[in-house]
Design a protein around this ligand. Structure first.
Ligand code: WTA
Length: 650
């Protein structure tokens, strides 16, 4: 991000030491843990794994043949058992596991006993539909309790789930179902969003026209009469009907540590989203320990991660991490501004939330709305704040600390990715002195480096590429059905080293400062979108000859999508075409990928070999002086484009 230049960050010198209360009570407050983990990585993770239940203990903690890792080799476990049965057996049957708030204001509190019963029943439902160990199940749902219940039911019987964010379009859903070759789809008639209905079943029906592997569809009734839906006899089933007769006991399947737990699709540098593969044992241990230490979970804490479960943050820190710890996790269906802009703070007040974990884009939105909204509510229950998803600017950090945390709560800025499965760079709240805007340092046992083009570590305050030099338990095990892409994407830039795709620098104290993506991935409001995905969606429209998509700085979203488009002969540029194309992208991908700006151009700046020079387009869109243009085939194209852009942008 251009406003996140190294120069600007160097001026950031405020520090915040851990509040004394944390030093006395935190679950992890011994700094020596960093050295211990560095000296004995395997022993460190084995100790964490020892807190959990295994049907059979692992033989070897780690087998590492770069780029392939196996963790807890030979171990047998079940993550749903660890998230539910383990706690019920330990006397927490009546403890709240999930506190759910629907957007219209309805609420449900499910105890550990309740969730275990529902999960077991739904696991039996899946079996009755013919789902067997290893079969993939796609989940396309609103933020309702049936979503984690469905995930845990899959995990219980060893059927990998693949959750598709409810904001994705029918076509995006279809492609993901087909890539995973899923047998069953679980969805809902709709979900609530700002008082409107998200027509999930209608989208699903459209997708299902092109998904030959799907045999059954289970539909949760969420909006009911408000949105009647089409039902296909034999294929579609109401969730509540199937559940009514399902037996309440289902033995958990003892899974191998390296058995597939889930696939989650994310954007990369090509047009096709990647199915990130996570396995059972290591992912369980990694999410368990990071949740426990980073969020300093205590038995009576109420933890709220505001992400959608359709993203990795929701998988790891709404569902698996908190439940593996026996914590109380909050889920909210709707948006922060409905019915009013204090909704989040009303939820914190109502459930006495102790720990909140949200995204910088949300914080910048709250800043814009003003401190009067949080000030209306009693936020005194909060003791720890977290952020994730994109670099947080120091102003937003300070605002969060002051107006949400009342100046007393540490802020944990956590860096990680869909691929990493768990948080990797983060403060530990009782140990780390915080610097606003810095994710601080790697979690114990995590080895991060910053390298230059030549693969040499950079000096203090020099920018470079963030890499990971040692394996960690929750790391991705591959890209589903695309083994070569796994190697090429993450392990080929520097052999044996994981390439994150992020830029970073380290200051003189060893603190990491993330600088944003260095590849063709845009981070819009904390959502990862590939430029090629949006370009493919644009050129799919019959009017478009060529398109180039870039990320431009945006005050609230961090980045927004800008598209430069060349139309085919016979099509007219103008406001109408802009609308048509934006709509087309929404249809192909979903509203999250709608371009903010579309600029028509007769030609795109290209090198003599025909490569579009996105770098120059970024310079134009950011209003910067154009960088090196000597490799361009035609110098006049870019000059004309710059002038047009400036005219249109006013
Ligand atoms: C970015 C989300 C700076 C980064 C968990 C990464 C961050 C991408 C931070 C992964 C942070 C995430 N500071 N940047 N604290 N957290 N990112 O896969 O660019 O949706 O590569 O996973 O988000 O996005 P993803």
């Amino acid at each position: 991000m251009p406003d996140r230049t190294i120069e600007a960050l160097l001026l950031e010198d405020r520090t915040f030491v851990p509040p004394p209360a944390f030093g006395q009570t935190a679950t992890m407050r011994d700094e020596r843990v960093y050295d211990e983990a560095a000296k004995d990585l395997e022993g460190f993770w084995a100790r964490a794994a020892g807190d959990l239940h295994w049907f059979a203990k692992w033989r070897t903690v780690l087998e590492w043949a770069p780029p392939y890792a196996k963790w807890f080799v030979g171990g047998r476990t079940n993550i749903a058992y660890n998230c539910l049965d383990r706690h019920v057996k330990a006397g927490r049957r009546t403890k709240a596991a999930i506190i759910w708030e629907g957007e219209p204001g309805d609420e449900r509190v499910l105890t550990y006993g309740d969730v275990l019963r529902e999960v077991s029943k739904f696991a039996n439902v899946l079996k009755s539909l013919g789902v067997k160990r290893g079969d993939r199940v796609t989940i396309y749902m609103p933020m309702i309790p049936e979503l984690p219940i469905a995930m845990l039911a899959c995990a219980r019987i060893g059927a990998p789930h693949t959750v598709v964010f409810g904001g994705f379009s029918a076509e995006a859903l279809r492609d993901r179902i087909n890539d995973a070759q899923a047998k069953v789809l679980i969805t809902a008639d709709g979900g609530w969003r700002r008082g409107n209905i998200v027509p999930l079943k209608r989208n699903a029906d459209e997708a299902l026209a092109g998904t030959p592997t799907i045999e059954h569809v289970v539909v949760v009734r969420r909006v009911g009469e408000a949105a009647p839906i089409h039902f296909q006899e034999g294929r579609d089933h109401w969730w509540h009907r199937l559940m009514a007769d399902a037996p309440a006991v289902c033995e958990p399947e003892p899974m191998d540590s390296e058995d597939l737990l889930y696939i989650l699709y994310t954007s990369g540098t090509t047009g096709k989203p990647k199915g990130i593969v996570h396995t059972t044992g290591g992912y369980m241990v990694g999410t368990y320990l990071t949740t426990k230490w980073i969020f300093d979970l205590k038995d009576d804490d109420v933890f709220w991660c505001t992400a959608d479960i359709g993203w990795v943050t929701g998988h790891s820190y709404i569902v698996y991490g908190p439940l593996a710890n026996g914590a109380t996790t909050v889920m909210y269906e709707g948006t922060p501004d409905y019915p009013d802009k204090d909704r989040f703070w009303a939820i914190v007040e109502k459930y006495r939330v102790n720990i909140i974990y949200t995204a910088p884009t949300a914080i910048r939105t709250f800043m814009k709305w003003g401190p009067q909204y949080p000030a209306r509510r009693d936020l005194s229950s909060l003791r720890l704040l977290g952020t994730v998803g994109e670099p947080i600017n120091p102003e937003a950090w300070i605002w969060y600390h002051q107006h949400i945390g009342g100046g007393r709560c540490p802020v944990v800025d956590t860096w990680w990715q869909t691929e990493t499965g768990m948080i990797l760079i983060t403060p530990l709240p009782a140990i780390t002195t915080l610097k606003p805007g810095s994710a601080t340092r790697p979690f114990p046992g995590v080895a991060a480096e910053i390298l230059n083009e030549q693969g040499k570590p950079v000096g203090p305050n020099e920018g470079g590429y963030l890499v990971l030099t040692k394996p960690w338990p929750a790391m991705l095990r591959g890209i589903y059905r695309d083994p070569d892409r796994y190697v090429q994407q993450y392990w080929s830039r520097y052999p044996g080293v994981y390439f994150t795709g992020d830029g970073a620098k380290r200051d003189k104290d060893g603190y990491f400062w993330l600088l944003g993506r260095v590849d063709d991935v845009i981070n819009v409001a904390g959502h990862r979108i590939g430029t090629y995905e949006v370009e493919s969606a644009l050129v799919d429209n019959p009017a478009v000859a060529e398109a180039a998509v870039i990320g431009v700085t945006h005050d609230i979203k961090g980045q927004a999508i800008a598209a430069f488009v060349t139309l085919k002969e016979g099509f007219t540029a103008g406001a109408e075409m802009v609308d048509t194309l934006k709509q087309h992208v929404v249809k192909k991908i979903g509203a999250l990928a709608r371009p903010e700006q579309i600029l028509f151009t007769g030609e795109l700046p290209k090198t003599r070999s025909g490569k579009i020079m996105r770098r120059l387009l970024r310079d134009i869109a950011e209003g910067r002086v154009l960088g090196d243009t000597t490799t361009l085939a035609d110098q006049t194209v870019v000059q004309a484009l710059k002038q047009r852009y400036e005219e249109e942008a006013g």
